[in-house]
Design a protein around this ligand. Structure first.
Ligand code: KE4
Length: 419
């Protein structure tokens, strides 16, 4: 595969951008390759600067559930641009998207639109602290909720990829108010509630996807719901990945567990910089200008990004067969990877192949994966023009454009793999 142009572009980028990328996981550090610089994308494919056509299983880390450059979304965004990019004033469009989210996500009675998943999670934590008057939060080792200071403690995603789960620059005080539990280990949560009476909230990815995909064990989410209720703490589902991914109603609907607050991102913005947090009306009334919890944003709810979100959710709502297709294609891919002796965790169109023996049901299990073998898997797939996540601790994402022919070709490449 010719990568000359990407190499040159990467060298130039590194002169002006730290690491040559605007988000660390894109640098391909864990797989020891030159990141491919993309020129455009369409459907299930990315087209890089060297003219390589790559079958995409990253999907921009989740947003591209309809495939890249869906014609209806692109047309709606183009029309919105012609009416102005941002007003800094309320629009009817924001109410329309807010209503779609409220109607889709059971726990959400009111919602605030923001510009990134990080902002959504950071704001939800502030609301939980403002609403309960308590300071401490519980997160799970290996879960990632964006890069706000208090949540960058033993985080997943790019931190795990670089095997440094704590960031420099986070004041000690933040780390002291962030308590760590083990995903799928309800006892580790109970121990924290026994030791701390001032826990404001438990934040969890209902399907962990930043240590690789690790689904909740039966009863785990229900257990978090019970213990937070019992102790007067809030349960926050970070559905930035799972929202509108594992089902139209997200993981709360899929597992029938109702949190108090929900964070959304990626799909909800249709690929544009848009995210959201929302929950019970009583809790959301604490948000300014109504209540004492301040949160704001120049580009929050801007009409172009909101239009992309509205159009995307409309298509997903009006075509529920998309989720059936995603489930079926995900199952075929899972089977092919299992046949190679890999441990595969999957929920619908979200999956990870772990290079390890035995089940992966926790952060500790995930850490035992052989990242060198994963790097060889990555190289094998890329040699066959298939683009998977450049890290063992991320997920594969399918889209509505990953039809049978695409999956069949992927299965053939997997079957030919010798790792
Ligand atoms: P953003 O700030 O990147 O929009 O969202 C942060 C975030 C919050 N919550 C969850 C569950 C997330 O997965 C993310 C971001 N996901 C990563 C990939 N695992 C984004 C990719 C990147 O950092 O470049």
């Amino acid at each position: 595969m010719n990568t000359e142009k990407s190499r040159a572009l990467f060298e130039e980028a590194r002169k002006y951008i730290p690491g040559g990328v605007n988000s660390p996981v894109r640098a391909f550090g864990a797989v020891g390759q030159t990141p491919r610089f993309m020129e455009y994308a369409k459907g299930a494919y990315l087209y890089d600067a060297d003219g390589n056509k790559l079958l995409d299983y990253v999907g921009s880390w989740g947003p591209a559930i309809l495939g890249h450059a869906h014609p209806e979304v692109v047309e709606a965004v183009r029309d919105a641009c012609l009416r102005g990019l941002t007003f800094g004033a309320p629009t009817e469009l924001e109410t329309e998207l807010a209503k779609q989210i409220v109607e889709a996500v059971p726990a959400v009675e009111q919602v605030r639109l923001v510009s990134s998943g990080t902002e959504a999670c950071m704001s939800a934590i502030r609301v939980a602290r403002g609403y309960t008057g308590r300071e401490k939060i519980v997160k799970f080792r290996g879960c990632y909720h964006g890069h706000s200071d208090g949540l960058l403690v033993k985080a997943g995603s790019g931190l795990l990829t670089g095997s440094v789960p704590d960031s420099a620059g986070v004041p000690k005080g933040y780390a002291e108010t962030t308590l760590l539990a083990e995903f799928n280990d309800w006892g580790s949560v109970e121990a924290l509630f026994s030791a701390h009476s001032d826990i404001a909230a438990v934040m969890v990815e209902p399907v962990a996807a930043n240590m690789g995909v690790v689904p909740p064990e039966p009863g785990f989410l229900e257990g978090l719901r019970e213990i937070t209720k019992r102790h007067g703490a809030l349960l926050i589902f970070d559905e930035v990945i799972t929202g509108f991914r594992v089902s139209y109603g997200g993981a709360g609907s899929y597992y029938n567990v109702l949190p108090d607050l929900v964070c959304l991102g990626k799909i909800v913005g249709g690929g544009m910089p848009l995210a959201a947090y929302g929950g019970l009306r009583e809790i959301m009334q604490t948000v300014a200008p109504l209540g004492p919890v301040y949160q704001a944003g120049t580009l929050s709810g801007n009409p172009v990004a909101v239009t992309a979100g509205i159009t995307t959710l409309d298509i997903l709502k009006n075509h529920p067969e998309i989720y059936n297709q995603l489930e079926q294609m995900g199952a075929v891919l899972e089977q092919a990877l299992r046949a190679k002796g890999l441990t595969v965790n999957r929920v619908g169109s979200l999956l990870t192949a772990f290079f390890t023996d035995g089940p992966v049901r926790s952060y500790g299990d995930a850490l035992r994966a052989d990242t060198d073998r994963y790097a060889r898997f990555f190289a094998h797939m890329l040699e066959h023009d298939i683009y998977v996540a450049p890290s063992q601790f991320e997920a594969m994402f399918l889209s509505a454009d990953h039809g049978e022919d695409v999956i069949r070709r992927t299965v053939d490449v997997i079957e030919a793999m010798e790792l």
